[in-house]
Design a binder for this molecule. Structure first.
Ligand SMILES: [Zn+2]
Length: 220
């Protein structure tokens, strides 16, 4: 199993926990739920997501370093995550924690709005004009949020794995790396154009888009 697959597995396990938490949250949510309680509970849940996902990213960072380094001298601490998660980067202009905070607020707003509309008998309707039951509406909101969290973790996962590998290259005195693009017809033109090119270790191009599956290997 390569490091990206190993990281994918960690994310899948973490997402399973989130799905479980969302489901139990939904089960507790009822039509009379007061708005403040929803905001509070989701805020707590997202703080847990922040804490636990940082532990996960730290493990991913260490895995990817250990998978590449000849001598596994480096032990990563939370401090290393700050550069990856808390410095606005090319993928996102806000920090990871801020992004989770915003997601929590947006989710609370969507849920309380749906509950409110339903209380006023103004439920959303489908294309045939039939009212969408509140439970279904709420499930949709959570499903969408789950997908968006998965994408967020995936972007940071790739950045984390790449960072771990670059540390390993540097510790091993690697000077240049070769860019490898997975040529399976799903790659974008830009990634294809980078395939096989050699870059100095300190001038590796930034990945051009989320879910980019390109990686680098040691050249000399
Ligand atoms: Zn790519």
């Amino acid at each position: 199993m390569n490091v990206y697959e190993k990281a994918d597995k960690r994310i899948a396990d973490f997402l399973a926990w989130i799905a479980f938490s969302f489901n139990s949250f939904r089960a507790r949510l009822n039509r009379r739920s007061d708005t403040l309680a929803v905001f509070d509970e989701l805020n707590t849940l997202y703080q847990q997501i922040n804490t636990y996902s940082r532990e996960m990213f730290l493990a991913i960072l260490q895995d990817s370093y250990d998978g590449e380094a000849k001598q596994r001298r480096r032990r990563f601490t939370e401090d290393f995550l700050i550069v990856i998660l808390d410095d606005p980067n090319d993928f996102t202009t806000v920090t990871y924690s801020k992004e989770l905070e915003r997601k929590s607020e947006r989710l609370s707003e969507q849920l309380t709005a749906a509950i409110h509309r339903s209380a006023l008998s103004e439920d959303r309707t489908n294309e045939n004009g039939v009212k969408i039951p509140l439970e279904i509406e709420i499930k949709r909101i959570f499903d969408k949020e789950y997908g968006s969290l998965a994408l967020l973790f995936d972007s940071y996962m790739i950045e984390t794995v790449d960072t771990g590998r670059v540390y390993a290259f540097e510790d091993d005195g690697v000077r240049r790396v070769r860019w490898v693009t997975i040529l399976d017809g799903k790659e974008c033109d830009y990634c294809r154009s980078l395939n096989g090119h050699v870059f100095p270790i300190n001038r590796i191009p930034t990945k051009p888009h989320p879910r980019c599956r390109c990686f680098t290997i040691r050249f000399d």
